[in-house]
Design a protein around this ligand. Structure first.
Ligand code: F6R
Length: 330
């Protein structure tokens, strides 16, 4: 078993850790901005889905600084390493503009600065890769939002997500994951999901295929993809047919028209691009349904790495780029 597969198998325990997490006192707010990048920033996308269900506003910021409109929203700066420069730039902006702020990190500058500048922080357990700490990071962000009153109590939905994921990861995992990985070898995965649960999960599938299998991939939200992506397959039919594989994530919570759009898109695409898989979400709450897709996507990415002889763990290209940027700045 690859070490990355071992880490994926920790996901239920990470979600249970978050369910039991007691956060420090955090500022009360009506809405929040989650600032973070990559395997940390996607926690913000999860939080936005959960908040939208509750009729609350959570915005995700994946860049430097903070948008000019941010004022009394709670900023949650989430960085696994604590050292990501975009996330620390959002902290700079929040501190300079007197915006309420909470950090979530394993350590690094986010935790150091929380101590020095006097904002609350939630330390999460250390681990080798941010993307393998998704349960810790998303769970901690949700618990911070619960503490701020942005969303209601989260423990039950975190526990439901843990149970659904545990069931999926039982034994060798669902056979659907191995089958999809086999059908994606030598192809660019195009992962489709309805706005909300499906598209956040599709983004996670894309980034896991990028980072674990070191392969290109794309994610397409529906209905938006029906207004552009759907037109892009005919100019070079051989390229579409030989180089791409589509995956459809179909969530029980999708708008009925999105369900129809997903089916029609699939039927249309089948004529042009082979379908590598159709995955239905499991679970009742949106968090459980989202993590059910995540568990299968994580398994697909590692199985694909295995089939193509790639080590899922290292992401040297990201580390080298970060080092180069830091060097040029100093
Ligand atoms: C995921 C990964 C990256 C990082 C991103 C931000 O495993 O390596 O996507 O998550 O570069 O870094 P952190 O999470 O440390 O803020």
């Amino acid at each position: 078993m690859t070490p990355m597969l071992d880490l994926i198998r920790e996901l239920p325990d990470q979600l249970r850790w978050a369910a039991a997490l007691e956060t420090p006192e955090v500022p009360v707010a009506d809405a929040a901005v989650i600032a973070g990048m990559g395997g940390s920033g996607i926690s913000g996308d999860v939080a936005a889905v959960v908040a939208a269900d509750a009729g609350r506003r959570v915005f995700v910021h994946k860049s430097y600084d903070l948008p000019a409109w941010v004022g009394d929203e709670l900023v949650v700066a989430v960085s696994h390493s604590g050292n990501t420069e975009e996330t620390n730039s959002a902290i700079d902006a929040a501190l300079a503009r007197g915006i309420p702020l909470v950090g979530v990190a394993t350590g690094g500058r986010v935790i150091d600065r929380a101590g020095a500048d006097g904002f609350p922080a939630v330390p999460v357990p250390p681990g080798p890769q941010p993307r393998a700490a998704f349960g810790y990071l998303a769970g901690a962000v949700l618990k911070v939002l619960e503490g701020a009153g942005v969303v209601g109590p989260q423990s039950d939905s975190l526990l439901e997500a843990a149970a659904v994921v545990e069931d999926l990861l039982d034994g060798d995992g669902p056979p659907i994951a191995a089958g999809i990985a086999e059908r994606l070898v030598g192809r660019v995965a195009y992962v489709y999901g309805g706005v909300g649960v499906g598209s956040v999960a599709a983004n996670r599938w894309k980034t896991q295929i990028n980072e674990n299998a070191k392969a290109p991939a794309a994610w397409i939200p529906l209905p938006e993809g029906n207004h552009n992506d759907i037109v892009g397959w005919t100019a070079d039919p051989a390229l579409s047919a030989d180089s791409v594989g589509s995956v459809f994530l179909e969530d029980g919570g999708d708008h009925p028209q999105i369900r129809r759009r997903s089916r029609f898109t699939r039927e249309l695409m089948e004529q042009l691009v082979p379908t590598a898989g159709v995955v239905a979400s499991r679970g009742t709450g949106s968090l459980a349904r989202l993590f059910s897709f995540v568990a299968i996507g994580d398994l697909v990415s590692v199985a694909l790495a295995d089939l193509t002889g790639v080590d899922p763990m290292p992401v040297d290209v990201i580390q080298n780029l970060k080092a180069r940027l830091a060097e040029e700045q100093s």
